[in-house]
Design a binder for this molecule. Structure first.
Ligand code: ZN
Length: 259
Protein backbone atom coordinates (compact mmCIF):
# COMPACT_ATOMS: atom_id res chain seq x y z
CA UNK A 1 0.00 0.00 0.00
CA UNK A 2 2.86 2.23 0.74
CA UNK A 3 3.95 2.04 -2.91
CA UNK A 4 0.49 2.89 -4.16
CA UNK A 5 0.37 5.83 -1.81
CA UNK A 6 3.69 7.04 -3.11
CA UNK A 7 2.47 6.62 -6.68
CA UNK A 8 -0.70 8.54 -6.08
CA UNK A 9 1.30 11.29 -4.37
CA UNK A 10 3.58 11.30 -7.37
CA UNK A 11 0.58 11.47 -9.67
CA UNK A 12 -0.76 14.45 -7.68
CA UNK A 13 2.60 16.17 -7.85
CA UNK A 14 2.83 15.62 -11.58
CA UNK A 15 -0.70 16.94 -11.91
CA UNK A 16 0.21 20.05 -9.91
CA UNK A 17 3.33 20.64 -11.96
CA UNK A 18 1.25 20.28 -15.14
CA UNK A 19 -1.26 22.83 -13.80
CA UNK A 20 1.51 25.26 -12.86
CA UNK A 21 3.02 24.83 -16.32
CA UNK A 22 -0.32 25.47 -17.98
CA UNK A 23 -0.78 28.59 -15.89
CA UNK A 24 2.70 29.82 -16.73
CA UNK A 25 2.11 29.23 -20.43
CA UNK A 26 -1.19 31.09 -20.39
CA UNK A 27 0.33 33.91 -18.31
CA UNK A 28 3.21 34.22 -20.75
CA UNK A 29 0.79 34.29 -23.66
CA UNK A 30 -1.13 37.08 -21.94
CA UNK A 31 2.07 39.02 -21.27
CA UNK A 32 3.20 38.63 -24.87
CA UNK A 33 -0.12 39.83 -26.21
CA UNK A 34 0.03 42.85 -23.88
CA UNK A 35 3.53 43.68 -25.08
CA UNK A 36 2.32 43.42 -28.70
CA UNK A 37 -0.63 45.70 -27.92
CA UNK A 38 1.70 48.25 -26.34
CA UNK A 39 4.03 48.09 -29.34
CA UNK A 40 1.11 48.68 -31.71
CA UNK A 41 -0.08 51.62 -29.61
CA UNK A 42 3.42 53.09 -29.65
CA UNK A 43 3.73 52.62 -33.42
CA UNK A 44 0.35 54.29 -33.95
CA UNK A 45 1.32 57.13 -31.67
CA UNK A 46 4.56 57.63 -33.62
CA UNK A 47 2.67 57.49 -36.91
CA UNK A 48 0.07 59.98 -35.74
CA UNK A 49 2.51 62.17 -33.86
CA UNK A 50 2.20 65.81 -34.87
CA UNK A 51 5.51 67.61 -34.70
CA UNK A 52 6.05 71.34 -35.17
CA UNK A 53 9.45 72.73 -36.08
CA UNK A 54 9.61 76.47 -35.52
CA UNK A 55 12.29 77.84 -37.85
CA UNK A 56 13.68 81.38 -37.95
CA UNK A 57 15.64 82.50 -41.01
CA UNK A 58 18.16 85.30 -41.59
CA UNK A 59 19.02 85.95 -37.93
CA UNK A 60 20.27 86.71 -35.48
CA UNK A 61 18.78 90.16 -34.97
CA UNK A 62 17.80 92.60 -32.25
CA UNK A 63 14.80 90.32 -31.58
CA UNK A 64 16.68 87.07 -31.01
CA UNK A 65 16.78 87.42 -27.20
CA UNK A 66 13.05 88.23 -27.14
CA UNK A 67 12.25 85.19 -29.30
CA UNK A 68 14.36 82.97 -27.01
CA UNK A 69 12.52 84.30 -23.95
CA UNK A 70 9.16 83.41 -25.53
CA UNK A 71 10.44 79.92 -26.40
CA UNK A 72 11.67 79.51 -22.81
CA UNK A 73 8.36 80.64 -21.33
CA UNK A 74 6.60 78.01 -23.45
CA UNK A 75 9.19 75.32 -22.83
CA UNK A 76 9.93 74.77 -26.53
CA UNK A 77 12.97 75.01 -28.81
CA UNK A 78 13.43 76.24 -32.37
CA UNK A 79 15.83 75.96 -35.29
CA UNK A 80 17.60 79.18 -36.26
CA UNK A 81 18.83 79.24 -39.88
CA UNK A 82 21.36 81.99 -39.31
CA UNK A 83 23.76 84.01 -41.44
CA UNK A 84 27.17 85.46 -40.56
CA UNK A 85 26.88 88.59 -38.41
CA UNK A 86 30.11 89.07 -36.42
CA UNK A 87 28.59 92.00 -34.52
CA UNK A 88 25.97 89.73 -32.90
CA UNK A 89 28.13 87.09 -31.19
CA UNK A 90 26.05 87.24 -27.99
CA UNK A 91 22.90 86.19 -29.84
CA UNK A 92 24.40 83.04 -31.41
CA UNK A 93 25.60 81.92 -28.00
CA UNK A 94 22.21 82.66 -26.45
CA UNK A 95 20.50 80.43 -29.05
CA UNK A 96 22.73 77.49 -28.09
CA UNK A 97 22.35 78.20 -24.37
CA UNK A 98 18.54 78.14 -24.62
CA UNK A 99 18.73 74.67 -26.19
CA UNK A 100 17.67 75.77 -29.64
CA UNK A 101 19.66 74.81 -32.74
CA UNK A 102 21.97 76.82 -34.98
CA UNK A 103 21.50 75.76 -38.60
CA UNK A 104 23.20 77.07 -41.71
CA UNK A 105 21.56 79.56 -44.10
CA UNK A 106 24.92 80.54 -45.72
CA UNK A 107 27.32 83.14 -44.35
CA UNK A 108 26.58 85.91 -46.83
CA UNK A 109 22.98 85.19 -47.96
CA UNK A 110 24.18 86.92 -51.13
CA UNK A 111 22.56 85.19 -54.13
CA UNK A 112 25.27 86.42 -56.46
CA UNK A 113 27.99 84.86 -54.30
CA UNK A 114 26.39 81.62 -53.19
CA UNK A 115 24.66 80.66 -56.42
CA UNK A 116 27.60 81.36 -58.75
CA UNK A 117 28.65 77.66 -58.54
CA UNK A 118 28.24 74.57 -56.32
CA UNK A 119 31.80 75.06 -55.05
CA UNK A 120 31.12 78.67 -54.05
CA UNK A 121 27.88 77.66 -52.34
CA UNK A 122 29.75 75.10 -50.24
CA UNK A 123 32.52 77.61 -49.45
CA UNK A 124 29.98 80.07 -48.06
CA UNK A 125 28.30 77.34 -46.00
CA UNK A 126 31.67 76.21 -44.62
CA UNK A 127 32.58 79.81 -43.77
CA UNK A 128 29.52 80.00 -41.51
CA UNK A 129 30.17 76.51 -40.06
CA UNK A 130 33.65 77.64 -39.02
CA UNK A 131 32.41 80.97 -37.68
CA UNK A 132 29.75 79.24 -35.55
CA UNK A 133 32.07 76.51 -34.30
CA UNK A 134 34.71 79.04 -33.22
CA UNK A 135 32.05 81.03 -31.42
CA UNK A 136 30.10 78.30 -29.67
CA UNK A 137 32.44 75.30 -29.61
CA UNK A 138 29.60 73.23 -31.08
CA UNK A 139 30.19 70.97 -34.10
CA UNK A 140 28.18 72.06 -37.17
CA UNK A 141 24.78 70.34 -37.45
CA UNK A 142 25.07 70.07 -41.26
CA UNK A 143 21.45 71.14 -41.44
CA UNK A 144 21.02 73.83 -44.08
CA UNK A 145 18.35 75.94 -45.73
CA UNK A 146 18.88 77.37 -49.19
CA UNK A 147 18.35 81.14 -49.47
CA UNK A 148 15.08 81.38 -51.42
CA UNK A 149 14.37 77.65 -50.91
CA UNK A 150 15.65 74.61 -52.83
CA UNK A 151 13.38 75.44 -55.80
CA UNK A 152 14.25 79.14 -56.12
CA UNK A 153 14.73 80.59 -59.59
CA UNK A 154 16.52 83.80 -58.56
CA UNK A 155 19.72 81.72 -58.56
CA UNK A 156 19.37 81.15 -62.32
CA UNK A 157 20.53 84.72 -63.00
CA UNK A 158 23.86 83.95 -61.31
CA UNK A 159 24.64 80.27 -61.88
CA UNK A 160 22.55 79.46 -64.97
CA UNK A 161 19.19 77.67 -65.24
CA UNK A 162 20.57 74.38 -63.89
CA UNK A 163 22.40 75.82 -60.87
CA UNK A 164 20.07 74.29 -58.24
CA UNK A 165 20.21 70.93 -60.04
CA UNK A 166 23.98 71.06 -59.60
CA UNK A 167 24.11 72.52 -56.06
CA UNK A 168 21.60 70.13 -54.47
CA UNK A 169 23.38 66.79 -55.15
CA UNK A 170 26.76 68.44 -54.56
CA UNK A 171 25.77 69.49 -51.04
CA UNK A 172 24.03 66.21 -50.30
CA UNK A 173 27.20 64.35 -51.24
CA UNK A 174 29.16 66.65 -48.92
CA UNK A 175 26.99 65.42 -46.02
CA UNK A 176 24.52 68.27 -45.69
CA UNK A 177 20.75 67.94 -45.41
CA UNK A 178 18.48 70.81 -46.44
CA UNK A 179 15.04 71.71 -45.21
CA UNK A 180 12.48 73.88 -46.96
CA UNK A 181 9.16 74.39 -45.16
CA UNK A 182 5.62 72.99 -45.11
CA UNK A 183 4.03 75.99 -43.36
CA UNK A 184 4.68 79.60 -44.40
CA UNK A 185 3.98 82.29 -41.80
CA UNK A 186 3.98 84.80 -44.68
CA UNK A 187 6.03 87.22 -42.61
CA UNK A 188 8.33 87.81 -45.60
CA UNK A 189 5.59 88.98 -47.95
CA UNK A 190 5.69 92.48 -46.55
CA UNK A 191 8.24 94.65 -44.80
CA UNK A 192 6.05 94.18 -41.71
CA UNK A 193 3.23 91.65 -42.04
CA UNK A 194 0.06 92.02 -39.89
CA UNK A 195 0.27 89.95 -36.70
CA UNK A 196 -3.14 88.37 -37.43
CA UNK A 197 -2.05 87.24 -40.89
CA UNK A 198 1.01 85.50 -39.41
CA UNK A 199 -1.05 83.74 -36.72
CA UNK A 200 -3.80 82.67 -39.13
CA UNK A 201 -1.37 81.53 -41.84
CA UNK A 202 0.47 79.21 -39.48
CA UNK A 203 -2.54 77.85 -37.63
CA UNK A 204 -4.53 77.23 -40.83
CA UNK A 205 -1.73 75.54 -42.81
CA UNK A 206 -0.65 73.42 -39.82
CA UNK A 207 -4.08 71.74 -39.80
CA UNK A 208 -3.24 69.85 -42.99
CA UNK A 209 0.13 68.43 -41.93
CA UNK A 210 1.67 66.28 -39.19
CA UNK A 211 5.12 67.57 -40.07
CA UNK A 212 4.88 71.33 -39.64
CA UNK A 213 8.17 72.96 -40.64
CA UNK A 214 7.24 76.57 -40.05
CA UNK A 215 9.01 79.38 -41.90
CA UNK A 216 9.46 82.62 -39.93
CA UNK A 217 12.12 85.33 -39.93
CA UNK A 218 14.39 86.74 -37.24
CA UNK A 219 15.12 90.17 -38.72
CA UNK A 220 14.94 93.67 -37.26
CA UNK A 221 11.83 94.78 -39.21
CA UNK A 222 9.91 91.63 -38.22
CA UNK A 223 8.41 92.90 -34.95
CA UNK A 224 5.05 91.32 -35.74
CA UNK A 225 6.59 87.84 -36.01
CA UNK A 226 7.71 88.22 -32.40
CA UNK A 227 4.27 89.53 -31.42
CA UNK A 228 2.55 86.58 -33.12
CA UNK A 229 4.83 83.92 -31.63
CA UNK A 230 3.13 83.26 -28.24
CA UNK A 231 -0.28 82.84 -29.92
CA UNK A 232 1.24 80.67 -32.66
CA UNK A 233 2.82 78.33 -30.09
CA UNK A 234 -0.37 78.19 -28.02
CA UNK A 235 -2.48 77.40 -31.11
CA UNK A 236 -0.12 74.65 -32.25
CA UNK A 237 -0.21 73.07 -28.79
CA UNK A 238 -4.02 73.16 -28.90
CA UNK A 239 -3.89 71.33 -32.25
CA UNK A 240 -1.89 68.56 -30.55
CA UNK A 241 1.58 69.42 -31.81
CA UNK A 242 4.75 68.70 -29.88
CA UNK A 243 7.85 70.73 -30.69
CA UNK A 244 11.22 69.59 -31.92
CA UNK A 245 14.36 70.96 -33.59
CA UNK A 246 15.61 69.96 -37.04
CA UNK A 247 18.48 67.48 -37.24
CA UNK A 248 19.76 65.37 -40.12
CA UNK A 249 17.41 62.62 -38.87
CA UNK A 250 14.25 64.74 -39.09
CA UNK A 251 11.69 63.83 -41.79
CA UNK A 252 12.27 65.44 -45.18
CA UNK A 253 10.71 68.78 -46.01
CA UNK A 254 11.99 69.57 -49.47
CA UNK A 255 10.34 71.31 -52.42
CA UNK A 256 12.67 69.41 -54.72
CA UNK A 257 12.51 65.62 -54.62
CA UNK A 258 15.84 64.15 -53.52
CA UNK A 259 16.82 60.55 -54.28
ZN1 ZN B 1 16.82 83.84 -46.05
Amino acid sequence: MKVKFANSKLAKNINNIQKTNDNTVSENKKLLSNVKKEQDNYKNKLKNRKVAYLTFDDGPSNHTEKILNILDENNVHATFFVNGKPELTKEYKAIVKQGSILANHTYSHDYKTVYSSPENFKKDIEKLDKFLENLTGEKPSHVIRYPGGSNNTISHSYGGPDIMKRVLPYMKKAGYKHFDWTVDSRDAEKFRQATDVIINSVLTQSKSTKNAVILMHDLNPKTTTVEALPTVIKGLKEQGFTFDVLTKDSPDASFVKMN
